[in-house]
Design a protein around this ligand. Structure first.
Ligand code: CA
Length: 220
């Protein structure tokens, strides 16, 4: 998952970049509206976080242009302006969400995750992609490059759950209760066994990371 941050205030820009990188996202940052629009149109991004008061092209102008050229790319506005008319105007021009400064980082991250979750599911709703990994929901198959694996019910549900929560570390306990669905002994190693099997079948490029003492994460 890749995010473009368009923000002219260097301090906020650096702060946001660090925060999103810590969450496992790829981050590019630019400091003005013209560069922002150019990068958003040419790069491959899953979300743009766009300031409104920018040097050069304003955030609203960039938003209008983006909506015309790349209406599939979600744009979240992060602005010091918090009045209703500017919010409504932003939504009219295609923004998917609006966060006013000063902002809570946790709230911004949560809202960004919602958009990224939506962005991951392709239009026909039959596939989810995380990096090179494609999960075919109808066939219950996973693909990484040329490797295709038919999945057991548990493998499918485990992979599906991790991919729906891309970037988040999911604990073994949570996976146990979500995928095995009943009160499994928390010391059981069925989760680890299942992940090992998936990795063996999908190869070393499958973007499923082990986070030591915490759980697993699907990372793009
Ligand atoms: Ca600004």
């Amino acid at each position: 998952m890749r995010i473009l941050i368009v923000e002219d205030e260097a301090r906020i820009r650096a702060f946001l970049a660090r925060a999103f990188e810590a969450e496992g996202f790829g981050v590019d940052v630019v400091g003005d509206g013209d560069q922002g629009l150019a990068r958003a149109l040419t790069g491959r991004y899953d979300l743009v976080i766009l300031d409104l008061l920018l040097p050069g092209l304003s955030g609203l102008e960039a938003l209008r242009e983006l909506n015309r050229e790349r209406s599939d790319l979600p744009v979240l506005i992060l602005s010091a302006r918090s009045d209703l008319p500017i919010k409504l105007r932003s939504f009219e021009l295609g923004a998917v969400d609006y966060v006013a400064k000063p902002f809570s980082l946790d709230e911004l991250l949560a809202r960004a995750r919602v958009q990224l979750r939506r962005a991951r599911v392709t239009e026909d709703n039959t596939e989810i992609r995380v990096g090179h990994l494609v999960l075919d929901l109808a066939r219950r198959q996973a693909r990484v490059g040329d490797s295709v694996a038919d999945l057991s019910d548990r493998e499918f549900r485990l992979l599906h759950f991790l991919m729906q929560h891309v970037g988040e570390v999911i604990s073994r306990e949570r996976l146990l209760s979500e995928v095995w669905g009943y009160d499994f002994d928390p010391r059981s190693n069925v989760v680890d066994v299942c992940v090992r099997r998936l990795r063996r079948r999908l190869g070393p490029d499958a973007p499923i990371e082990t986070v030591r003492n915490a759980g697993y994460r699907a990372a793009a």
